[in-house]
Design a protein around this ligand. Structure first.
Ligand SMILES: Nc1nc2c(ncn2[C@@H]2O[C@H](COP(=O)(O)OP(=O)(O)OP(=O)(O)O)[C@@H](O)[C@H]2O)c(=O)[nH]1
Ligand SMILES: [Mg+2]
Length: 521
């Protein structure tokens, strides 16, 4: 059990009544009771809790009924406060994203006129217009028994963290086309484990839905779908929307296997299969006003495991520290604070790091004074975790989004010029040299100019090529292999970084050199 918990990063599902060779023999009631007792004792020994997920009867040659029981065993790893998952929320404007998050995280149903989302809005203009424009984070906890922990019984985020053994951070994004830049930033920079696409039952696939679906697929973020507002329309309309979704998902370009969730049992199956094969796309149909089927989504979220396994996680933690700066604030009496994600290594309170690149390609020294996760203090941050770091008196004006904070020994490569293998997804006319696009790579977002298209003078929709880009403002920290997305008006493309023209900074003798021997400019 210890090993399985470690392998599953703190979670394991046991099937009782299934033989090692997969034969579903089932157990009689008495045998089951004894087995569960043993399992409970084992769990107690390693400090884990168990929850029964579901029971089913099996057809086995026997007079007494025999059952199979699936049990979730959960233990928060000793070096961690809770299990942690990030879910980005996508979907067209007004599809009900913020409302659903409001209902999940506050524990009170919506009135259909936007009451539930009020707690999530950050700006006055959002309250007035009812539209999300920036990125906000909402937390939903589950305790070790699989019960929801949210603001309905906790007053602060700190209390929620304390009582939870699993924590889901939702990244609420904007649906309106006008805020697409911010939405893409949310999807590329916060490294979500999953995306939840919300589609309103009464409108079906409309507005930015297709675009958001395309983004999740292009960035390879496994997603599930929530058809919302089922209280507003007839059963037939809901079915029509589900059918429409299923059709799109099954198309050759998507190649997904839709899985409609109608019962607790389906929700358990969906979570387990989804984790094994991200091609499966669970679909929920629910209402944030009547609360119909909301429980199924909660069952699913409680079981949903992280996709990276413990070995990958371990390897990431062994690497040098690298923190992506996504947000910058000034907090009275604390000073400069940055928000973002630790992409590798670990970061401790009091640690010295360097931040950059600045406009002239430098990295500056700083000290991490304190760390907070979900608004509560935390001494050690581990790879994959999002947090805010207080930097004390460090001058805020020297920072910008897209910078990285790394260990001083890392010697990060920065560049203004890089090459990427791209596919042009859509373009109205032709894509050629001299074209300017907004490039998104992780938390980096900057306008770049197309300097060269290798082997071609122009590119049409659907074509592939290796393209050389030059950032127009300042150098950035990029890594070979990083996923890239670019856009300008209707032009869109995806790809990955294949080579960089590294800039060596002043300390090393100020020169622009070629990449490590591969690049021919
Ligand atoms: N009847 C009904 N109304 C809902 C439901 N979910 C959301 N609404 C209403 O739909 C409207 C839009 O909801 P929002 O949550 O703001 O939509 P959003 O997807 O966050 O929109 P943007 O942030 O602008 O992209 C609000 O008035 C909600 O009260 C639902 O399940 N049933
Ligand atoms: Mg919203």
């Amino acid at each position: 059990m210890k090993w399985r918990l470690q392998e599953g990063r703190g979670e394991a599902v046991y099937q009782i009544g299934v033989e090692d060779n997969g034969l579903l023999v089932g157990l009689s009631e008495e045998e089951m009771r004894a087995s569960l007792k043993t399992l409970r004792r084992m769990a107690e020994k390693v400090g884990a809790d168990i929850t029964i997920l579901r029971e089913r009867e099996v057809d086995y040659d026997s007079d007494v009924p025999r059952k199979i029981t699936e049990v979730l065993v959960r233990k928060v790893p000793d070096n961690q406060q809770f299990l942690d998952l990030r879910v980005a929320v996508l979907g067209n404007v007004d599809s009900g994203k913020s409302t659903l998050l409001g209902v999940l995280t506050q524990g009170e149903l919506d009135n259909g006129r936007g009451r539930a989302r009020l707690n999530l809005f950050r700006h006055l203009h959002e309250i007035q217009s009812g539209r999300t424009s920036s990125i906000s984070f909402e937390i939903l906890g589950f305790n070790s028994k699989g019960e929801v922990v949210n603001y309905s019984d906790s007053r602060t985020a700190e209390e929620i963290c304390e009582s939870s053994s699993k924590m889901i951070t939702f990244i609420d994004l904007a649906g309106h086309h006008k805020y697409l830049k911010t939405t893409i930033f949310g999807l590329t920079s916060y490294c979500p484990d999953f995306a939840m696409l919300v589609v309103s039952a009464n409108t079906g696939i409309a507005g930015t839905t297709r675009e958001h679906l395309g983004l999740a697929m292009a960035l390879k973020v496994p997603f599930f779908i929530v058809v919302s507002k089922v209280d507003l329309c007839s059963k037939t309309t809901v079915e029509r929307t589900v059918k429409q979704l299923e059709r799109i998902l099954k198309q050759p370009g998507c190649n997904k296997l839709p899985l409609l969730v109608n019962s607790d049992d389906d929700a358990v199956t969906a979570a387990q299969q989804f984790a094994q094969s991200p091609n499966i796309t669970p679909i929920f149909t629910l209402s944030s006003v009547s609360g119909e089927n909301l429980d199924l989504l909660k069952v699913f979220l409680n079981i949903l495991p992280p996709l990276t396994n413990s070995k990958e996680q371990e390897e990431l933690m062994q690497q040098l520290t690298e923190f992506q700066v996504d947000e910058i604030y000034t907090v009275p009496e604390v000073g400069t604070v940055v928000g973002g994600t630790l992409s590798s290594g670990i970061c401790r309170e009091g640690e010295s790091l360097v931040v950059g690149p600045t406009d002239d390609g430098k990295f500056l020294q700083l000290k991490v004074c304190s760390i907070q996760r979900n608004r509560s203090a935390c001494r050690v941050l581990r790879a994959g975790q999002a947090a805010t770091l207080a930097l004390g008196p460090f001058d805020r004006s020297l920072l910008r989004k897209g910078m990285v904070m790394v260990s001083p020994e890392m010697n990060p490569t920065i560049c203004s010029v890089f090459e990427a293998e791209i596919v042009l997804l859509f373009h109205a006319t032709t894509f050629r040299k001299g074209f300017q696009v907004t490039v998104h790579v992780g938390n980096v977002r900057q306008t770049a100019i197309v300097e060269k298209i290798h082997g071609k003078d122009k590119l049409r929709t659907g074509e592939k090529a290796v393209v050389r880009f030059r950032f127009i403002k300042h150098p950035e920290y990029l890594k070979i292999g990083a996923k890239l997305l670019f856009r300008e008006g209707v032009t869109k493309g995806i790809g990955h970084v294949t080579d960089l023209q590294a800039i060596i900074t002043e300390e090393n003798g100020l020169e622009e050199t070629l990449g490590p021997g591969r690049l021919t400019f």
